[in-house]
Design a protein around this ligand. Structure first.
Ligand SMILES: *Cc1c(COP(=O)(O)O)cnc(C)c1O
Length: 367
């Protein structure tokens, strides 16, 4: 029996060729291919600057540092996300605050954000869940009103659009963070990128990515450098960047196939699913449906060769987050969503025959 996971990378001969070329070039890291990948992301998204990093978690960390987020500050994110969106707030000693979701999209609800604004709020970290953009105009209005920094966690959303803009353009935010983990839409193995239109933020991101080192003016002709802040080694390698450039060329084709698969499920499954808003043209990363008995559904699907996944356990219910006073019951919409959600197979190499087979197997599950 053919088995299906919820996500899978697409690697072709041209990707392999691109990586091979990078491996036999002079630079395995800190070379021109990383710069070329950053430029390609700028060209695609319309952002002015891009900083490639070792993974999106590192990208969120340096974005939080560049934002100046620190002890005593609060930053607001969603409970329905991967750990990193909230962990990056903890990395810099700030306090994570959650705002409940809009149940129709599972994205953070701007009205809920508003309820959690305090004098300590310094940043908003919306997550474009499943690839659909959050309501960025509403979020950016709140940010302007209270003078907050907006960091978009776009780990799911490269290729997605909000109104007339590409996610990553930072038209409604200060910085956007992408992930290139193999389950995401394009991959570099491990990898990520931060985009911004702000030169000052860009310079900080570059420094935090590389030990807090600066090398300017006359220093460029000597061994000299200055460390002005505590940074990390969050660099991407040139052979990863080569894979990224090759993958980025296929992003629009991936997006088209992902949207076709979503349409197919919407029309043929008859299970409750997320709604796409008028402002969105999503490059879907996930296709979650809502089922009555999720635990039974999960195990019955596994017996049928469907290895589904749950996105996500609400972050505020994790044991680590209890120290901030969070407990079950704090965010009822997120918790209710979690009780019923399960993500179906969604990746571009699924054929029409695969989709018919997956839907047939899913329809045999009655729980
Ligand atoms: C995958 C993911 C991350 C982390 O990405 P890595 O590249 O694995 O560090 C962060 N946020 C969200 C929403 C994710 O899905």
């Amino acid at each position: 029996m053919k088995t299906y996971g919820y996500g899978h990378q697409t690697i072709n001969r041209d990707d392999i060729e691109a990586v091979s070329q990078a491996l036999t070039s002079d630079f395995l890291t800190c070379g021109p291919t990383v710069k070329a990948f950053e430029q390609a992301i700028c060209d695609y998204t319309g952002a002015k600057y891009c900083v490639a990093v070792s993974n999106a978690t590192a990208g969120l960390h340096i974005a939080a540092l560049a934002a100046g987020l620190t002890k005593g500050d609060e930053a607001i994110t969603t409970p329905i996300t991967f750990l990193s969106s909230a962990n990056c707030i903890c990395f810099v000693g700030a306090t994570p605050v959650f705002a409940d979701i809009d149940s129709e999209t599972a994205n953070i609800d701007p009205q809920e954000i508003q309820k959690h604004i305090t004098e300590k709020t310094k940043a908003l970290i919306p997550v474009h869940f499943a690839g659909q953009s959050c309501d960025m105009e509403a979020i950016s209005d709140i940010a302007k009103k209270y003078n907050l920094i907006v960091i978009e966690d776009a780990a799911h959303a490269i290729g997605s659009e909000y109104k007339a803009t590409k996610v990553g353009s930072c038209a409604y935010s200060d910085m956007t963070v992408f992930s290139f983990h193999p389950v995401k839409t394009i991959t570099t193995g491990e990898g990520g990128a931060v985009t911004t239109n702000n030169k000052e933020l860009y310079d900080k991101l570059c420094a935090f990515r590389a030990h807090g080192m600066h090398k300017e003016g006359a220093m460029q002709n000597t061994w000299e450098y200055e460390m002005r802040e505590l940074g990390y080694n969050y660099r991407m390698t040139d052979f990863q960047a080569a894979l990224g450039i090759s993958q980025l060329k296929k992003l629009d084709a991936f997006k088209q196939r992902r949207r076709e698969i979503v349409d197919y499920y919407n029309q043929n499954l008859g299970l409750p699913h997320l709604i796409e808003r008028d402002f969105s043209n999503a490059c879907f990363h996930l296709y979650p449906v809502l089922v009555q008995n999720r635990r039974d559904f999960y195990f019955k699907a596994r017996e049928k060769g469907l290895n589904l996944q749950v996105h996500y356990i609400p972050v505020h219910t994790q044991p680590y987050y209890a120290q901030f006073g969070y407990k079950k019951g704090d965010y009822p919409k997120a918790e209710n969503y979690y009780e019923h959600c399960i993500s179906l197979p969604l990746y571009p190499t699924l054929t029409d025959e695969d989709l018919a087979e997956i839907v047939k197997r899913l329809k045999e599950i009655n729980v």
